[in-house]
Design a protein around this ligand. Structure first.
Ligand SMILES: Cc1cc2nc3c(=O)[nH]c(=O)nc-3n(C[C@H](O)[C@H](O)[C@H](O)COP(=O)(O)OP(=O)(O)OC[C@H]3O[C@@H](n4cnc5c(N)ncnc54)[C@H](O)[C@@H]3O)c2cc1C
Length: 389
């Protein structure tokens, strides 16, 4: 049996450990922190959607959302395990006159590429169904089966299910560097000494490129800071609402229990990977102003908020030039594998991407059947998926 070392205990590393264990590998996962999922996974907005515009993303997210929809059954977990999957939909809204034509074309493309349940909503229908929107909202696309969930519960579900297999999880264990034998990567160096395996999988989120550099490999991955604000209980928030994205600016919000969660991918320069990402306190004001434009109830919420009802967090997206993840072997270094670069979509992509990694490792999927390989041309030219929410 092959032994695979996974570096990183976020949702991607833990889902990978599950699928590798299930595929018959011996998997050893190393996580530097005392707990799993404490870095990017903990900062996520935890929203999940299949409403993408690149067919490879549509396929990956559809597989993942189907998995999340039947999570306990897929992992044979007890009924009380609850990932809090709310399928209240993703609503991309615009106030621009020309948006309707663009959205109609996009929806037609999605229908033709495996996503028949995306709706185009004209103004009347949009306001009838989403009464909280401002009169300026003119058109939208909506997919009712998109939504959000608890990334922590999902990660722990994979963790529980992995116990059935030969999977070991070592927290408080840092991979300091990769261990090379000639060209081959034969393991990792930890503070306790070397740990050898038949393959090393880098699932270290924003730290992935830094670790690859210890074996002189440059990966096209850049950490970029992103914020999330959670608002506690507030009666003016429509809790039945959708994940609502202002498509003209990118500002978005969604219900979260009795409150809401907000985010906005503002332009920001890449930064070195960080274990503690300091948030910009001004972000809360900017994002509320951002969502207020098409969701005017946010003015009432903002005016009546108290400091103890605002929870601001920041983490780092690990971004690739084409905004799609890298999953697969590193050709120059046999034995080295990567699963990272989710560019803000790792929670939604976790089940399908970890399944894909396991299929590649066990040879059930030929390398040329992998749209997320490190050799794909778009990784070196940029472009790719445009909806980067
Ligand atoms: C503000 C924000 C909002 C987001 N919203 C969404 C969303 O709505 N939907 C969505 O799908 N995604 C979202 N994302 C992205 C999502 O959170 C990430 O894609 C996902 O969490 C990546 O998981 P990961 O396991 O790859 O990385 P991480 O969660 O970062 O896990 C990597 C792990 O590796 C460990 N590690 C690093 N270096 C070492 C080492 N040398 N040795 C041992 N361990 C190491 C770290 O401690 C960490 O636990 C958001 C991200 C941010 C920041």
């Amino acid at each position: 049996m092959s032994r695979i070392i996974i570096v990183g205990g976020g949702i991607i590393g833990v889902a990978s450990a599950y699928f590798l264990g299930k595929a018959g590998f011996q998997a050893i996962l190393l996580e530097r922190e005392p707990t799993l999922g404490a870095l990017t996974t903990a900062a996520s907005l935890q929203a999940v959607r299949a409403q993408f515009t690149d067919p490879v993303n549509i396929a990956m997210m559809k597989e993942s959302l189907d998995f999340y929809e039947h999570f306990n059954q897929m992992l044979d977990l007890p009924a009380e395990h609850d990932i809090g999957f709310h399928q209240q939909g993703y609503l991309f809204v615009s106030s621009e006159e020309e948006a309707a034509a663009r959205m109609k074309a996009r929806v037609a493309y999605q229908h033709a590429h495996g996503l028949p349940d995306v709706e185009f909503l004209e103004a009347d229908e949009l306001h009838r169904r989403f009464s909280y929107l401002a009169p300026e909202a003119l058109a939208a696309t909506f997919r009712a089966k998109d939504g959000w969930l608890s990334a922590h519960e999902a990660l722990m579900g994979f963790r529980h299910a992995a116990r059935r297999y030969d999977v070991t999880i070592r927290t408080r264990t840092e991979a300091l560097s990769l261990l090379a034998r000639g060209d081959r990567i034969a393991g990792v160096v930890t503070p306790q000494g070397g740990l050898e395996g038949d393959a090393v999988v880098l699932a270290a989120g924003p730290f992935t490129a830094q670790l690859a550099r210890t074996a002189e490999i440059e990966l096209p991955l850049q950490p970029v800071r992103r914020h999330r604000v959670v608002i506690g209980e507030h009666e003016r928030i429509p809790h039945w609402g959708a994940m609502t994205i202002d498509e003209d600016t990118g500002a978005h919000w969604r219900p979260e229990g009795p409150g809401a969660a907000l985010a906005w991918a503002e332009p920001e320069e890449p930064s070195p990977p960080q274990r503690h990402v300091s948030p910009d306190p001004q972000f809360t004001f900017r994002v509320m102003e951002g969502v207020y434009r098409l969701n005017p109830f946010w003015l009432d919420v903002a005016e009546t908020l108290t400091r103890d009802n605002i929870f601001l967090h920041a983490g780092q997206y690990t971004v690739t030039p084409d905004h799609n993840p890298v999953i697969g072997p590193v050709a120059e270094r046999p034995g080295l594998w990567v699963i990272s670069g989710f560019s803000g979509h790792g929670v939604m992509a976790a089940p399908a991407s970890a399944r894909l990694l396991a299929d590649l490792l066990r040879g059930a999927l030929a390398p040329d059947g992998n749209p997320f390989s490190l050799s794909r041309p778009s990784l070196h030219q940029g472009g790719g998926e445009q909806m980067v929410i």
